[in-house]
Design a protein around this ligand. Structure first.
Ligand code: HEM
Length: 367
């Protein structure tokens, strides 16, 4: 028999549980066409798509740039646009992010949506929508994206835990598992290397001195290694050439399963790409994808799963994708007038977040 006092306590506990689960779903709830009706009759996804299409028309390499950007954003502290924040030790200053491109197209898409609908669309969602459009324009089919993310308040280079190109399959599986992604997700997402390029410096060891053997990587097709040595000479020069990640010249800018066929033929560029075609944990799936016709659909599903990574931290809809909405409304101080430095104060309206990386924000800094 439950006493009135115990009943009241139980009731309170239940209310608490319901509230906790509700607030949890506020952080995590993503949905397809979240922005429908949130900007009057305007279609947010169409506005982003038109910006991406215009850019793609001039420069199709924006597609691999955006695809990589989504991976680098979502893998580190969830898909919160933390990669977009400027700052002297923000994520974009971490070595794996130094060659990330496409920040300007995200800025352009943000400007376009802000013009019709200020303060509604997050930069984190713009990365996801723009990447979907870029994949679709590159022949990868059009998957439905979920939206409703908030932009993060923190961006620290020290948070960047992206895998290195020489990572082993075991370690890569573990790194993806730490983010809640399975072996299949990993193999499908590595299919992102169906487009885009890699710099010689990131796989040079495979051509000349693999694992200090003084010889090329024996898993690489010798004729490919020989061809790559002419693009990537073994001298110290300031030039770091690039080569296609998908070595099928007819398909190196098309999102399709040809990358898997290439790695099965020992024509992978990055060590991890080649290894997934050889490791017993992944090779069957690589073979299945190479021989199937549903790569686009499965890749789209994996991208949606990558896009669902969130860290549960507080967020906001940023005004500029490059800076948190820092309250900086007061006139410059005497010190700032003297030094000419119009620094941001590093305090948010919400007063939260670790802003060590964001104490100075330079508007309009280039990529
Ligand atoms: C173990 C996981 C991964 C590793 C070690 C890795 C590593 C790399 C490296 C070293 C490059 C060349 C960068 C450069 O030369 O500047 C690259 C490029 C690229 N990566 Fe990955 N990557 C991984 C997973 C992914 C995933 C999951 C995606 C997308 C779903 C992705 C998409 C891309 C794209 C599209 C490029 C070409 C970028 C361009 O042309 O601008 N990568 N990756």
């Amino acid at each position: 028999m439950v006493t009135p006092r115990a009943g009241a306590a139980l009731g309170l506990a239940l209310v608490g549980l319901v509230l906790a689960s509700l607030s949890g779903s506020c952080h995590g709830a993503l949905q397809v066409r979240f922005y429908n009706g949130k900007c009057g009759v305007m279609d947010v996804e169409a506005i982003v798509a038109s910006v991406v299409a215009a850019r793609f028309g001039k420069d199709p390499t924006i597609a691999p740039a955006l695809l990589r950007m989504q991976f680098h954003d979502c893998f580190v502290t969830g898909c919160d646009a933390s990669i977009l924040l400027d700052g002297k030790s923000s994520e974009k200053t971490a070595p794996p992010n130094l060659s990330v491109r496409g920040y300007d197209v995200i800025d352009a898409a943000k400007a376009a949506v802000e013009a019709i609908c200020p303060g509604v669309v997050s930069c984190a969602d713009i990365i996801i929508m723009a990447t979907r459009d870029a994949v679709s324009l590159s022949g990868g089919g059009r998957y439905k994206v979920e939206t409703g993310r908030k932009d993060g308040l923190v961006s620290l280079a020290s948070n960047v835990d992206l895998p290195a190109p020489s990572i082993s399959v075991n370690d890569s599986i573990a790194a993806f598992a730490r983010k809640g992604l399975t072996v299949s997700d990993m193999v499908l997402l590595l299919g992102g290397h169906t487009i885009g390029v890699a710099h010689c410096s990131l796989f040079q060891d495979r051509l000349y001195n693999f694992q200090n053997t003084g010889k090329p990587d024996p898993t690489m097709d010798p004729s490919l290694a020989s061809a790559l040595r002419s693009t990537c000479p073994n001298q110290q020069t300031s030039v770091d050439n690039i080569v296609n990640l998908d070595q099928n010249p007819a398909s190196s800018s098309i999102v399709d399963n040809s990358f898997y066929k290439q790695i099965l033929a020992r024509r992978g560029i990055l060590q991890i790409d080649q290894e997934i075609a050889l490791d017993k944990q992944t090779k069957d799936l690589v073979g299945a994808i190479a021989g199937s016709f549903d790569f686009s659909a499965r890749f789209g599903q994996a991208m949606v799963k990558l896009g669902a990574l969130q860290n549960g931290s507080p967020g906001e809809i940023r005004q500029s994708c490059r800076a948190i909405n820092t309250a900086r409304k007061q006139p410059p101080s005497k010190e700032e007038q003297r030094t000419g430095q119009m620094g941001w104060t590093g305090r948010t309206r919400r007063g939260g977040g670790d802003l060590r990386a964001l104490s100075i924000h330079k508007r309009g800094s280039s990529d």
